[in-house]
Design a binder for this molecule. Structure first.
Ligand SMILES: Cc1cc2nc3c(=O)[nH]c(=O)nc-3n(C[C@H](O)[C@H](O)[C@H](O)COP(=O)(O)OP(=O)(O)OC[C@H]3O[C@@H](n4cnc5c(N)ncnc54)[C@H](O)[C@@H]3O)c2cc1C
Length: 467
């Protein structure tokens, strides 16, 4: 065993999977204490299994990180292909390093890879050292009185606030020493060749990637956060932070976001306080996923495993193609297809429509979001889908069925958002971005059926309850 933090003379291997940043990055600091930094990204099966859009966004994160690394050191990121439990031991043999440092991404798929890497490093006398960085607080800190996981947001949030999130660590220096290794050139990387919509459309509408963009976005949001609490549910306004994809990839740490937002709390009339409580929702999602790693596959409440969800079929296809005929639902799905983003309020309406009016299995909706979102996050996606479907912890009850028309009237009162995506420039962009084989009509068509869908959902729920 080696003691982390002691210089060994070899390079300090930093195995990146998320957390592409130079601020608040304990794993990078620890690797730098070993010697010159050797930052490695391993293009493995687990990465290729991600949805196409999040792979595309990951590529943007890698490019931005590599550019900043070159600015600070003159050398780039080492990109290698293969399974991490073969690639990393080989790197250990080549370099003589004895530790691999990683910022922990506590997703079940990464846990499996980490276990395999640990086993492969052991015969070489090398170790995998995991560092915090993806969450506000180390998961072991926030426990119930009995030492278990919370199941309800409010007591979880209270406990986290009482303990206080961990503090960010010092930023890495402006100049660092980086070890250059033969690697796949980043400009040859094509992480999402299978993306069903044109990457060009996504590139045109995507937000800038990288740590500098994340910090600028946060600063800008904090300058205008006063109205966040009252306007965050309005998809027609630009009231939200847009930070989720930066957080999903760790281009900024939640601890930095918390610290910078908390500094501005004084004098704020509730906007920033509400924003901090949303950040705790992200933390709660990870808390749940760590406690229940099957959260993306199985209902949190086991009794819901027997609910008669419908599988794939024409309803799902129409939903995926934004052809349901429900204005707010189709507008949201079009927004996601073109930009890789969807407003939170609209996500709830879209998910409710699929799982309730169309009685379709929430896992099919979750998979479509996973394929289409630039901010895909396994914890937030699974928690929210289960929340909407009614089968998760602290979930909205199944009989709470969002009415897309009422939601639209309340949250898009002038119809600007719907107009843009169904008839305006957004509609044109959407039609350009859809595969020709979908053969979509040029004009969006409205359809009815809300009441029938609601009645069918309630009847299915009633029969399910009666057993
Ligand atoms: C069905 C469904 C699926 C979702 N899938 C994802 C996903 O894959 N990835 C993802 O990051 N978010 C997901 N969300 C949560 C939420 O919609 C997005 O985090 C939010 O829209 C991001 O925009 P923003 O950064 O401007 O948010 P802001 O309103 O500015 O909120 C600030 C931050 O708080 C966190 N946050 C806000 N709302 C939620 C929430 N409901 N759950 C968890 N964290 C939240 C995010 O990190 C966000 O960046 C999902 C929501 C629903 C209803």
């Amino acid at each position: 065993m080696t003691v982390s933090g002691q210089p060994k003379g070899g390079p300090g291997i930093l195995w990146l999977s998320r957390d592409f940043r130079f601020q608040d990055n304990p794993a990078m600091l620890a690797a730098l204490r070993q010697g010159p930094l050797l930052p490695v990204f391993v293009l493995d099966g687990q990465t290729r299994a991600q949805g196409a859009t999040s792979r595309w966004r990951l590529q943007q994160a890698l490019i931005a990180f590599d550019a900043e690394l070159r600015r600070r050191s003159g050398h780039g990121l080492t990109l290698l292909e293969g399974e991490a439990d073969r690639v990393l031991p080989e790197l250990i043999r080549q370099t003589g390093a004895v530790e691999v440092h990683q910022s922990d991404w506590p997703a079940p798929q990464m846990r499996r890879v980490q276990d395999r890497v640990r086993a492969a490093l052991k015969p070489l006398g090398a170790t995998l050292v995991l560092h915090p960085g993806h969450l506000l607080a180390h998961p072991a800190r926030v426990r119930t009185g009995a030492g278990g996981a919370y199941r309800v947001y409010t007591p979880f949030a209270r406990a986290l606030r009482a303990l206080g999130p961990d503090l960010p660590v010092a930023a890495v220096g402006a100049r660092i020493s980086v070890r250059d290794m033969p690697a796949i050139p980043l400009d040859r990387l094509e992480l999402a060749p299978d993306m069903a919509r044109g990457a060009a459309v996504l590139a045109e509408h995507a937000l800038p990637a990288g740590e500098a963009a994340a910090l600028a976005r946060l600063e800008d949001f904090l300058d205008h956060a006063a109205d966040y609490a009252t306007q965050r549910d309005r998809p027609d306004l630009d009231a939200c932070s847009g930070l989720s994809e930066h957080l999903a990839l760790g281009e900024i740490s939640p601890r930095t976001v918390w610290a910078m937002a908390s500094d501005r709390l004084r004098g704020d009339a509730g906007g920033i306080a509400k924003f901090l409580s949303e950040l705790i929702w992200r933390e709660f999602a990870w808390h749940l996923l760590i406690a229940f790693p099957q959260m993306a596959e199985r209902a949190w409440r086991p009794e819901w495993d027997g609910f008669p969800w419908r599988g794939a079929g024409p309803d799902l296809t129409r939903w995926q193609r934004a052809e349901t005929g429900m204005a707010l639902v189709d507008a949201g799905l079009r927004e996601m297809w073109v930009t890789g983003r969807m407003h939170n309020r609209v996500r709830m309406v879209v998910a409710s429509y699929l799982t309730k009016h169309l009685l379709t299995d929430w896992r099919l909706g979750l998979a479509h979001f996973e394929d289409c979102l630039t901010d895909w996050d396994p914890a937030s996606n699974a928690m929210n889908w289960q929340w909407v479907a009614g089968c998760g912890p602290d979930a909205a009850p199944f009989f709470r069925i969002f009415n897309p028309e009422k939601q639209a009237a309340q949250y898009d009162p002038q119809g600007t958002y719907r107009q843009h995506w169904l008839k305006g420039d957004g509609a044109q962009a959407y039609l350009r971005a859809t595969p020709p084989r979908w053969n979509l009509p040029p004009d969006w068509r409205e359809s009815g059926g809300l009441e029938a869908g609601r009645a069918r959902a309630l009847a299915a729920y009633g029969a399910f309850r009666e057993g």
